[in-house]
Each structure stands twice: as C-alpha cells, then as structure tokens.
Design a protein around this ligand. Structure first.
Ligand SMILES: [Zn+2]
Length: 368
C-alpha cells in the first residue's frame, strides 16, 4: 500500500508573526482583534490528525535545514543575510502582514529543507510512497529578494531548483492550489521553460489591494523562453469541489500532461477550504481528496515522481481535515472521516420548499 512520507521539524511551531496591522481594514469597527492567521496550530493540528487518524499510512522523517547554497539558488544572498539578521535581532514586521520572531529564520530554513527532503524522497526510486512536506512558514508568496504573504523562502521553488541541479530531473511542473496566487513562484520562474507553473486561485481575493497588488491574471503567461509556461487559473469565489475538479481535469491535467515533466510538485495550500477566513472557494475534505487523487493520477500518467508541499490554510480546525483529504486521495485510502464543516451547495429550491411548510404552519396564527 502506498504510504505518505511526511517531513517535519519542531522549529515550525516556534515561528510567530506579530499580530496587528494585518487587520487594519477592520480595526476600529470591531472590539476584538483577530490574532495573526498564520498560527502554529495550523501545522500542529495537521500533524496531530495524521498521527491520530492516519498513523498506519504515514512515516515521519526530519525536515533538515536548507543550506545557504540551496537557498541562494532562488534567493539573493543579501536578502538571506538581512532576513537572518532581522530574526537575530528579535524580528518584527517585514511587510504589513508578514512578520517574524527570533525563531523564524530557523523555521524558514527547515521549511525549505523539508521541501528539498520531500523532493529527494520523491526522486529516489528505492523509496515508495508520496512525500509530503508538513512545513511552516509557507513559501509560495516569497520572491527572490522579498518576503511576502507570510512567506520568507519559497520552499517549492528551492525544492524545484534543487531537483534541477542535483538530479536527472530536467523539467518540473508546479501545481499550486492554494487559494491565493503563487506570485513568488511565478516570479522565480517567469522567464523559464524548464519549470511550468500552474496556479489555481481565487480571482479577486486580496486582503489589501494597495499594499498587496493583485497578481494572477490570465495574461501573466511568462516572458521570453518562459512564454506560455506560466498559467494562471483565476477561479471565482465559491468555485467548490466540482469547480476545482473541473479545473484540474480541464486545464491542469492536459497542460501538465503535454509538458510531460520529470517531477511534479504541488503547492498544497488548503485555504480554498470551506470555512477558511482568508479564502472563499468552499472546497470540502472530499474535494481535497479528489485533488490529491488527481495529483497522484497525473503524476502516474506522466511517469513523474510527486511531492506535496504545504502552503496556506488558516481555519485551524478545518485545515487538518482538508489536508487529511489531500493525503487520503494521494495514497488512495478512504478513512471515512467526514468533514465537520462540509459545505452544502446552495439549494434555494429546498429552502423554498421548507419555507412553504413553515409558512403553512405559521399561517394558523399569522398573516404570512
Ligand atoms: Zn493562501
């Protein structure tokens, strides 16, 4: 039976971004401010549900720290230096919503290293199973010289470069289903034809359009050699399970199939989840299960190893179920565990039928 090999380091729990101006748009109207959405509980809960409900299918391995050389294949050396110094000095806020503490540099190094370890595991033909980097902080908003969107090092980009440099892999496809556009990954490979980037994301979600200019439009398709190798799939809010499955079947699978990569990486952000506070795309555990299944099927079809790298997901109780769904799908197991937040499709006809009976009942007393 196919298993998951999950990569983890305790430093992922020590990273803590400062709360505060992230909620600037709401501040003043509400009495109680939200804590920063990137909480350690995100990955803590994922790890717990996998240990509690999926233990027979998961092997845990350490996520080692990425080396300087590995990071600098993607990131400017001066940016790595300045981020390290920033954290050594205690951290703080790097952008309005992205911040670090004294542990963040170490956590980010291990997150990138976890993605590398997942890629090494995927490529190693002696090792069976689906590698999953259960990492935090996330990576797909991080650009070569800029932290962004709770991300510092672009884990999936560092892992892709590692594969291209250190193995027989000559081409990599990165499929990103995080609800936000993978602007950092796009920037890393925008002029390249050896890395295909396909991003499925909400077509208008941005927490602050002034501070965080919207990217991810269809017309951002790559430049130079990279023309056509950057494919954005902007999806409307409420796309849901059926819409994501269709996006995978109608766009991702045929495009990646034609590209025929030597390695398939998934930026697995489960913030399209039903009740995610930073998403609106209402995907249930079952929908994520389908995505995990489709990813495995696609990797098999193109005869490429597959690795999953954790990105976003901010409803700390739904994220573990959503991620369990992804991994169930990826290894072809059904735990039967139901999504406690399962989204019921809007069904106005049923609501009207129910209201008909309520109106009839109430009409004994009231003029409704
Ligand atoms: Zn996201």
């Amino acid at each position: 039976m196919t298993r998951v090999t999950a990569f983890w380091d305790d430093s992922f729990l020590a990273h803590e971004p400062p709360a505060g101006e992230f909620e600037a748009a709401w501040t003043g109207r509400l009495a109680v401010e939200e804590p920063h959405p990137d909480r350690a509980a995100r990955v803590e809960n994922i790890r717990h549900i996998l240990r509690y409900e999926f233990d027979d299918h998961v092997t845990w391995e350490p996520a080692p720290a990425a080396t300087r050389a590995q990071l600098e294949r993607v990131h400017d050396p001066s940016y790595v230096d300045s981020f390290e110094a920033f954290c050594r000095d205690g951290g703080g806020r790097l952008t309005a919503e992205t911040g670090a503490n004294e542990h963040s540099f170490e956590a980010a190094r291990h997150a990138a290293g976890g993605a590398i370890a997942a890629v090494d595991c995927a490529i190693d033909t002696e090792r069976a199973g689906i590698p999953y980097a259960c990492v935090r902080p996330s990576g797909h908003h991080a650009q070569p010289a800029q932290a962004d969107g709770f991300c510092f090092f672009n884990n999936v980009a560092v892992a892709a470069e590692h594969a291209l440099v250190s193995s027989a892999v000559d081409s990599v496809a990165v499929v990103d289903w995080d609800v936000h556009h993978g602007n950092g990954t796009q920037e890393c490979f925008y002029d390249r034809d050896d890395v295909l980037f396909v991003s499925l994301h909400n077509d208008h979600w941005s927490w602050d359009r002034d501070a965080h200019p919207q990217t991810g439009d269809l017309d951002e398709s790559g430049i130079g050699d990279g023309d056509g190798y950057n494919l954005n799939v902007p999806l409307p809010p409420g796309t849901g399970d059926e819409g994501y499955t269709a996006a995978f079947d109608r766009v991702v699978a045929p495009v990646v199939g034609e590209f025929d990569p030597d390695l398939l990486l998934v930026s697995a952000g489960q913030d399209p989840g039903t009740v995610d506070p930073l998403g609106r795309n209402v995907v249930t555990k079952e929908g994520f299960r389908t995505l995990g299944d489709r990813a495995r099927t696609l990797a098999t079809a193109v005869d490429a190893p597959l690795a999953l790298v954790q990105e976003g997901g901010y409803q700390v109780s739904h994220l573990p179920y959503a991620t369990l769904g992804v991994l169930e799908g990826a290894v072809g197991v059904d735990t039967g565990i139901e999504d406690p937040f399962a989204w019921l499709d809007e069904d106005a006809d049923s609501a009207h039928r129910r209201l008909d009976s309520v109106v009839e009942h109430a009409s004994a007393w009231w003029d409704v």
